[in-house]
Design a protein around this ligand. Structure first.
Ligand SMILES: *Cc1c(COP(=O)(O)O)cnc(C)c1O
Length: 463
């Protein structure tokens, strides 16, 4: 019986993936229609597993967004590599609890191995520790938890024991373009999202090091600086080497939110964008974005392994904890029981190899540049950012309303999906190229769909 459910699930998943390139990418779906097809009261009697799977797939289908296909350019989402999906299926079947070595020896060791590969690929010190979390938000929260611990420990305050009640004030400094998840992390950590000092940025959203130096000049005591690699709109990376030089003190904690931008490090031709990254104290990196691992996986990386464990690890007599130089995975993350998310990341990395990771990153960036070039050739179309990475910002007719109308037009057409944003006061279309599945043809088709939407609203009105 269980076997039927799995056989059916595999067949449905295969059929879905085989058709992913051809289904409309972002289908306008009626929320109430989904509520009707998926909802109703909980059935009194249970149903056959295979039929549950079958009916779920059928009812969910109209509400499944084509992020697995090659023409999804919204947010920064990434696709999912076949080996990673396969390993993800096994992860569910194995149902390991990756919190403790004794519960999940293979998962624990796979996380160690993946951690080592990631540090090597990203060019950060090999002695760093890697916590496996759900994504960038929890990576930022985890890294900043360790940062809070370390800067307070340096002034003799035990934040784990005493919390922030009566603690020395911690100054947090962020770039004016910091990702929202940094502020959510600051909220959760009791550091406050509005008390952070904001450093002005340049036209690409990069923190200005001379401005950071000015802000630091007025600050003393425990201090955390949050830099960014990969602005969610422009893709720009803060000048990390100059930021580290402006800080110039080992007492200030430098965190890098590099959810997708840190992957530039995997390419010899793009790594200069994140040079100086090795000087930071912690890094947040997503695997479900650019590494194309299925959701959800991110890495919370800290240079000081021992601070990482002191901040988050606990001891309980029933746990049978790892001894010696070894640690249990739960000591590096906020969760106890959790999914063995190292397996899909392991499979993604092995299936790509080092050269494949480099190629994935470089190919996405080349496609972003190529789309920007094709779009810029059209009258009335302007590219708002320097396309240094995988992000493109496009504006139409130098007009907010018309730009939004083109975004809507493309979404309704269904050839591709991309979203809108506001960049430094002006509405823009946002294109993020982050899937292994996207080809030159997909880029061309998408540019054609964008230009068709633009021409349909920019054509002179006939009288
Ligand atoms: C996506 C993103 C995040 C949040 O990551 P999630 O995986 O969605 O939690 C944080 N920072 C930056 C710069 C991002 O692009």
């Amino acid at each position: 019986m269980a076997d039927d459910a799995l056989t059916r699930a595999a067949a449905l998943a295969r059929a879905f993936l085989a058709g992913a390139a051809n289904r409309p990418v972002g289908i306008p779906v009626d929320r109430n229609a989904l509520r009707t097809s998926l909802g109703g009261p909980l059935p009194e009697q249970g149903e056959e597993p295979a039929s549950v799977v079958e009916r779920l797939a059928q009812a969910a289908d109209p509400g499944i967004v084509g992020t697995a296909g090659p023409r999804y350019f919204g947010f920064v989402v990434g696709g999912a590599l076949p080996a990673a999906i396969g390993a993800d299926w096994l992860t569910s079947a194995w149902d390991q609890n990756a919190g403790l070595y004794v519960l999940a020896p293979a998962a624990t060791v796979v996380e160690e191995v993946v951690g080592g590969w990631i540090l090597d690929l990203l060019g950060v010190p090999s002695s760093a520790s890697v916590g496996f979390v759900t994504g960038g938000q929890m990576a930022n929260t985890t890294c900043l938890t360790v940062a809070r611990h370390a800067v307070l420990e340096r002034v003799g305050w035990d934040v784990e024991a005493r919390g922030l009640q009566g603690a020395p004030e911690v100054t947090v400094i962020v770039g004016d373009e910091a990702h929202n998840s940094i502020f959510t992390a600051l909220r959760m950590l009791g550091l406050g999202s509005e008390t952070a000092l904001r450093v002005p940025v340049d036209g690409q959203g990069r923190m200005r090091p001379e401005e950071l130096e000015r802000v630091l000049g007025g600050v003393e005591g425990p201090t955390i600086v949050c830099a960014q690699a990969g602005n969610v709109n422009t893709g720009a990376c803060d000048p990390l080497a100059e930021i580290a030089a402006a800080i110039g003190s080992p007492d200030v904690w430098l965190h890098v939110d590099g959810a997708f931008g840190m992957w530039a490090a995997a390419s010899p031709t793009l790594a200069h964008l994140v040079s100086g990254r090795e000087l930071a104290d912690s890094w947040s990196v997503d695997a479900h974005k650019w590494l194309n691992v299925p959701h959800d996986t991110g890495f919370a990386i800290c240079a000081d392994r021992s601070a990482h464990r002191r901040s988050l690890g606990t001891v309980a007599p029933y746990l049978q904890q790892a001894a010696g130089g070894d640690h249990d995975p739960f000591e590096l993350v906020p969760e106890w029981s959790r999914r063995a998310r190292g397996f899909p990341a392991y499979a993604a990395l092995r299936s790509l190899g080092r050269s494949g990771v480099t190629d994935l990153v470089e190919r996405c960036c080349a496609l972003a540049s190529s789309m920007a070039r094709q779009l810029a050739a059209e009258d009335g179309v302007e590219i708002l950012n320097e396309v240094s990475l995988n992000q493109v910002l496009v504006r139409f007719g130098d007009d907010d309303e018309r730009t939004r109308a083109v975004v809507r037009g493309v979404q309704e057409d269904g050839t591709a999906w991309l979203g809108g944003t506001v960049w430094q006061g002006r509405a823009a279309m946002r294109i993020s190229v982050s899937s292994h599945a996207t080809t030159e043809d997909d880029a061309r088709l998408t540019v054609a769909a964008i230009l068709a939407a633009w021409r349909s609203i920019s054509a002179p009105v006939r009288t």
